[in-house]
Every structure is written in C-alpha cells, then in structure tokens.
Design a protein around this ligand. Structure first.
Ligand SMILES: Nc1nc2c(c(=O)[nH]1)N[C@H]1C(S)=C(S)[C@@H](COP(=O)(O)O)O[C@H]1N2
Ligand SMILES: [Mo]
Length: 156
C-alpha cells in the first residue's frame, strides 16, 4: 500500500458536475460511533460567513468570489468530541474525498473551513453541492472543495 494517500494527488481530477443519487444526509463517524447530520440540523447550528472565496479550478476556469455560509468544521467536530483529535476526512457520495488536520482547522479561525450550506445568501442547490466543504485558503485546483458531503470521519 502506498503512503501517499489519494487526497494528495496533483490536479488531474475532472470535476463531476452531476450530483450523485441519494439525499444530503451526512454520517459522522467518531469514537467508534456514528450519527446522522441532516442539512436542517446543520442550519440550526451557529452559522458563519466567509467572504471572498474563489474556486480555483485549474483547467476548468476560476469562479467567484463567493460568500459561503455554514458551520465551521472545527465547531462541528468539537460538538461531538471533547478530547484531542488529529485528522478529519470528508467524503462525498460520488467518492471524492479530502482530509484536514485538526491543527490546521484550529489555525484558520479567521476564515474557517466550513461545511457550507449557503452561497451568496442562498441555500445551495444539489447541483452546487447542497452541503459543500469550503476550504477558503486552498489553492490546489479546488481539490478540497468537496461537493455532496456524505460522510465525515474523525480520526483520533
Ligand atoms: N463531490 C465532488 N466534489 C468535487 C469534485 C468532484 O468531482 N466531486 N471535483 C472538485 C474539483 S476538481 C473542482 S474543480 C470543483 C468544481 O466545483 P464547481 O463544480 O462548483 O465549479 O469541485 C471539486 N469538488
Ligand atoms: Mo479542479
């Protein structure tokens, strides 16, 4: 098995424009247990806006700047897990994925990584991701802007 996980691949990914089947529920796995997060329950948590987000999609053009709104990923994780955790994996229903270090999330408090539900003040459509990971400082060809988030795995 390779030590280089697939989420560090250079940009060779054709973005999938078509939402996968299924609903927008997210399964959160933590501490050997799991819970289902529905978009409505994410919307009932404290929302934060991050302005001036650009989707730097090398090869398929840049879009934005957008204002995304949603739940900071670090706040969501800490809601379920009090003890230290090292890494979180974000996986979509079409098999796209990325991972982020806890340390990285805690550092980016000004422009936090979001589980975004709104774009420019409107709820996102399923085509736009519906629940979409937004990593405001990412410059790797939008490889961390995971649309259709369906699973979050916390690694301790
Ligand atoms: N679930 C999922 N998210 C994804 C992708 C994908 O294929 N599946 N492609 C990524 C890539 S490579 C790009 S460039 C952007 C494109 O975002 P857009 O469709 O909003 O322009 O989505 C990112 N997020
Ligand atoms: Mo991309």
């Amino acid at each position: 098995m390779s030590n280089e996980p697939e989420w560090t691949l250079p940009h060779s990914h054709e973005p999938n424009p078509t939402p996968p089947p299924g609903n927008a529920d997210i399964t959160l796995h933590y501490q050997g247990g799991s819970t289902i997060l529905k978009p409505d329950s994410l919307l009932s948590m404290r929302q934060q806006l991050v302005h001036n987000c650009t989707i730097l999609s090398t090869g398929h053009g840049t879009s934005g700047p957008f204002t995304f709104g949603g739940v900071p990923l670090s706040a969501l994780v800490e809601n379920y897990l009090q003890q230290a955790w090292s890494t979180v994996e974000i996986i979509s229903a079409d098999g796209f994925r990325t991972r982020l270090a806890g340390e990285e999330l805690r550092r980016s408090a000004e422009r936090p990584v979001l589980l975004a539900l709104t774009k420019d003040g409107q709820l996102m459509s399923r085509e736009e991701g519906l629940v979409r990971l937004v990593v405001p400082y990412e410059t790797g060809g939008a490889l961390q802007q995971v649309k259709w988030v369906s699973e979050i795995r916390i690694i301790e």
